[in-house]
Design a protein around this ligand. Structure first.
Ligand SMILES: Cc1cc2nc3c(=O)[nH]c(=O)nc-3n(C[C@H](O)[C@H](O)[C@H](O)COP(=O)(O)O)c2cc1C
Ligand code: SF4
Length: 512
């Protein structure tokens, strides 16, 4: 009998450690395997039991429930137990999930290299080592994989630029700063299946000619740091990293560098400054990081999920990945559902599913039981999508047509008690606090916008101040040096246009 229970920091925060301790006492003869999370956060602490080749789950299981669960399993009455949820892989399939990037997360112990290999690990890297760098880049291009950090730029084109740029030294930098509200996919992957990220970085290195990788990790993720540190050490011992990657003669190594807690250090040029030990200020582009990145050398700079998705593409073929999704949004999106929602968690689903389906069917609607009013999609600078747009398929262009964005795939749900004027003011407060300060539209505009919203809320010259707010947003959107100020209008304008009643102003003549 084997029990599986997550040691993911979200599961730990709601008592997984106590549940694991209780299991050790209640079932001393059983094997207890600590895994990452399956991403079914409303069921955490989730306990899975494998017996005679069958793996079934119970959740949520507090320490106080453990004796009862163990007893039911021993009696063969587990299916009648109120916490019984059945087979988790079946549940994920019923939800329409297609676990490609997260296939092993929650299934195996995060730093068990043998289990990683048994479940398909290293197949992608072996494929990359067996062919030319160009062939690997072609596969990534064909797969249609777009960067998952926010901008959605095609990964293969970025890799091609690094490959084609001459340079004795090249780097792979993984952006693990994950500062967007409601996002946790990067953390979950690093804590639950870290070898996949290391494998993806090694593939990027082999394909482009880079020999050194850096993971820029946010300091707020101590559990991810611990798991990644252990995983790098284990990967070295098994020859997946080091001077002779999987016996190929090719050398690739990875170091972790911690950020100091600034949102703007997630922006790629600012990240590079920080990685070089300087203050996280935006760099002018061009040159692109792919041409002059870390230490002015050609650098692949990708998000955790982008890099961690390349092993499955290389192992199973570009066409399999490209065949999923909608239009120019290929493959699966690791959507993170949070906020006021009954079933929060990570849903890896093909692009093209509608927001309404995700929020109401998969997420079960609001946690409060009140009607859902809106969801902010794509992080703190993402638009508030009103329910009348919930039939929009999730895709980069499709959401773009509604002035919204996929971003890092975070969806934060709000019920009808939300005050959208307050949300708009909060967005500007966030932009102000996290601005790097280099350009005036963002540094000053975000302060001025808070003042104008306060005037509107106070009932002073509402209509003319709303007009002023729109002008200010246009100025920030067009005049800012980077996407921090450039995207800031999205939450404010979506709130003002779709929820004008919360500002006490007239709705615009046309709202699209
Ligand atoms: C203000 C700001 C914050 C960002 N934060 C992150 C982040 O935390 N993680 C991330 O991967 N990308 C972040 N990005 C996007 C990066 O600049 C960059 O586009 C991305 O890391 C490139 O990787 P990708 O092509 O794999 O998405 C941020 C961008 C901006 C403007
Ligand atoms: S938009 Fe904001 S964060 Fe970006 S460069 Fe200007 S001041 Fe810095």
């Amino acid at each position: 009998m084997t029990y599986f229970i997550a040691r993911d920091s979200a599961a730990l925060s709601i008592g997984a450690e106590q549940t694991a301790d209780a299991l050790t006492s209640a079932a001393p003869d059983a094997d207890i395997v600590r895994t990452g999370s399956r991403g079914l956060y409303w069921l955490e602490p989730l306990v899975e039991i494998e017996h005679a080749g069958r793996r079934v789950g119970f959740g949520p299981v507090d320490a106080g429930d453990v004796d009862d669960v163990v007893h039911a399993v021993a009696n063969g009455t587990q299916e009648q137990h109120p916490r019984f949820v059945g087979r988790i892989d079946q549940l994920l399939r019923e939800q329409g999930q297609q676990r490609l990037t997260f296939a092993r997360c929650g299934v195996i112990a995060p730093t068990d290299f043998d289990a990683f290999v048994q479940h398909g690990g290293t197949a992608g890297l072996r494929a990359a080592l067996a062919q030319s760098g160009q062939a690997t880049i072609d596969a990534v291009k064909e797969s249609g994989l777009r960067g998952r950090g926010g901008a959605g730029f095609p990964a293969g084109i970025k890799w091609q630029t690094v490959h084609d740029t001459p340079g004795a030294e090249k780097f792979v930098v993984c952006n693990a700063d994950e500062g967007d509200s409601g996002t946790f996919a990067d953390r979950m992957l690093m804590e639950g299946d870290p070898f996949t990220l290391l494998e993806g970085m090694a593939i990027a290195g082999v394909a482009t000619g880079a020999t050194q990788g850096y993971i820029y990790l946010r300091s707020e993720y101590p559990d991810a740091l611990q798991t990644l540190t252990e995983a790098i050490d284990v990967a070295h011992r098994h020859g997946m990293l080091g001077s002779n990657v999987l016996g190929s003669g090719y050398g690739f190594d990875i170091e972790i560098r911690l950020g100091a807690g600034a949102y703007i250090c997630g922006e790629e040029t600012s990240l590079l400054e920080s990685l070089e030990g300087k203050r996280g200020l935006i760099r002018f582009k061009p040159p692109l990081p792919a041409i002059e990145g870390f230490q002015a050398k050609p650098t692949v700079l990708n998000n955790v999920i982008t890099l961690a998705t390349t092993p499955t593409i290389l192992a199973h073929g570009a066409a399999t990945y490209q065949g999923l999704g909608i239009n120019k949004s290929c493959g699966t999106l690791t959507l993170q559902l949070a906020g006021n929602v009954a079933r929060p968690g990570l849903y890896e689903i093909p692009f093209g599913t509608t927001l309404g389906h995700v929020i109401n069917e998969l997420g079960g609607g609001s946690a409060s039981g009140r009607p859902v009013r809106t969801a902010q999609v794509g992080g703190p600078l993402g638009a508030y999508v009103p329910v009348q747009h919930f039939d929009t398929p999730i895709g980069y262009e499709e959401l773009g047509e509604k002035h919204a964005m996929v971003g890092h795939g975070g969806v934060v749900v709000f019920d009808d008690s939300v005050d959208m004027a307050e949300q708009a003011r909060f967005a500007m407060e966030f932009t102000d606090i996290e601005s790097c300060g280099k350009c005036t539209p963002c540094r000053v505009g975000s302060v001025r916008a808070q003042e104008v919203i306060s005037e509107i809320v106070a009932g002073n010259d509402r209509e003319s101040n709303a007009e002023l707010l729109r002008e200010l947003m246009e100025l920030m959107g067009q005049g800012s040096l980077c996407a921090h100020g450039g995207m800031a209008p999205a939450p404010v304008l979506s709130a003002l246009n779709h929820f004008s009643e919360d500002f006490g102003v007239h709705a615009p003549a046309e709202v699209d």
